[in-house]
Write a protein that binds this ligand. Structure first.
Ligand code: NDP
Length: 278
C-alpha cells in the first residue's frame, strides 16, 4: 500500500494523546502557555488546602485514606513517569545538540535517575505502607509535569546564542541546582540512617543544617528546582518550582509541628525550612 495513504489511515485512528506523542507540533505555543498558567493556578488553589490537610504519608501516614501499598514500590510508581515521559520527549524528539536543551535535560536526568532508581532502594521503610490515593495523585502530577517540561524543549526551545547574560544565567542555575542537590541528598541520607535497617521509629536528626531547621532536605529540593528554573527559563519549570514550594513548605511545617509534639526536648530555636525565618 502507498505509505502516504497508510499514514493518513493511521492518523484518522489516533487518539488526541497519541497525536501529541507522535506529532509533537500539535499544540500551539499560545495553548501550551495557557495550560501552564492553569497548572500554576491549580497549585495556588491547593496551597491553602495543604496548609490545613496534612499529606498522609511517611510519619503522617493514616490507614483511613483507603487501600495501601508497599512504601518502596509506591515511591517507584509515583516518580517513574517524570523520568520516562520527559526522557521520551528530549531523548527521541528534541535537539540535544542545543545547550539550552542538553543542560536542563542532564539536570533533570541526574535528579530523576536518583529519585526513581536509587532513592526507593535507600529508604528504610521495609514494612511501611503508603496510601494508593497518594501514589495515584503523585503519579498524575508526574505525568503532567514530565509532559509539560519535556514537550517545551521539543517544541519551543530557542537556539543557543552565546552572550554574557545567558552564560551567567546558565552557570548560576547549574551551581544552584547542584548545591540544592547535594543539600537534599546529604540530609535525606542523615534521616534515612537514623533508623536501623528494620523498624519504623523516629529520632531527632542532628548534623548539617538540622542545627537550624527541621527539613533541610526539602530546602535543598527547593534550591535545586530554583536552579533548574533558571537554566530552563520557561513556564513549565516555573510551574514545577511553584508546586515544589507549595508541597514542601506545607510538609515542612507539618513535620516541624510533629517534632515538637513527639519530642518535648526538641530545640526551640530550630525553624521549619528557612533558617531564622520560617
Ligand atoms: P521525609 O523527610 O519525610 O523522609 C525522608 C526519609 O527519611 C523517609 O524514608 C523517612 O521515613 C525517613 N525519616 C525522616 N525523618 C526521620 C526521623 N526523624 N527518624 C527516622 N527516619 C526519618 O521526606 P519525604 O518522604 O516527604 O520526601 C522524600 C524525598 O522526596 C525528599 O528528598 C523530598 O525533598 C522529595 N520530595 C519532593 C517533592 C516535590 O514536590 N518536589 C514532594 C515530596 C517529596 P518515613 O517515610 O517512614 O517517614
Amino acid at each position: 500500500m502507498n505509505p502516504a495513504l497508510l499514514n493518513k489511515q493511521l492518523e484518522t485512528h489516533l487518539t488526541g494523546i497519541e497525536r501529541i506523542i507522535l506529532q509533537p507540533d500539535m499544540i500551539s505555543h499560545e495553548t501550551f502557555n495557557i495550560i501552564c498558567w492553569i497548572w500554576i493556578a491549580v497549585a495556588i488553589v491547593i496551597f491553602p488546602i495543604l496548609l490545613k490537610v496534612t499529606q498522609p504519608y511517611g510519619r503522617h501516614s493514616k490507614n483511613n485514606f483507603g487501600p495501601m501499598i508497599n512504601n518502596r514500590f509506591g515511591w517507584f510508581i509515583m516518580e517513574f513517569p517524570a523520568l520516562v515521559i520527559f526522557g521520551y520527549f528530549v531523548g527521541f524528539k528534541a535537539n540535544l545538540l542545543n545547550v539550552l536543551i542538553l543542560l536542563p535535560s542532564l539536570l533533570w536526568g541526574l535528579h530523576y535517575i536518583h529519585r526513581v532508581l536509587i532513592f526507593p532502594l535507600q529508604i528504610r521503610t521495609a514494612r511501611k505502607k503508603i496510601p494508593v490515593l497518594i501514589v495515584l495523585l503523585a503519579f498524575i502530577f508526574n505525568v503532567i509535569n514530565g509532559f509539560l517540561n519535556g514537550y517545551w524543549f521539543v517544541q519551543f526551545a530557542p537556539d543557543y546564542r552565546s552572550g554574557l547574560l545567558i552564560n551567567l544565567r546558565l552557570t548560576g542555575g547549574v551551581i544552584l541546582f547542584l548545591t540544592g542537590f547535594v543539600i537534599n541528598k546529604y540530609h535525606d541520607s542523615i534521616l534515612i540512617k537514623l533508623r536501623p535497617t528494620s523498624g519504623n521509629g523516629y529520632k531527632i536528626p542532628y548534623g548539617g543544617l538540622f542545627k537550624y531547621i527541621s527539613c533541610p532536605n526539602f530546602l535543598g529540593e527547593i534550591i535545586s528546582w530554583t536552579g533548574f528554573a533558571l537554566v530552563a527559563f520557561n513556564l513549565p519549570a516555573l510551574s514545577f518550582l511553584m508546586w515544589t514550594l507549595i508541597n514542601l513548605t506545607t510538609r515542612a511545617l507539618d513535620h516541624h509541628r510533629w517534632y515538637f509534639k513527639e519530642f518535648p526536648e526538641y530545640d526551640k530555636e530550630r525553624m521549619a525550612i528557612i533558617p531564622f525565618l520560617l
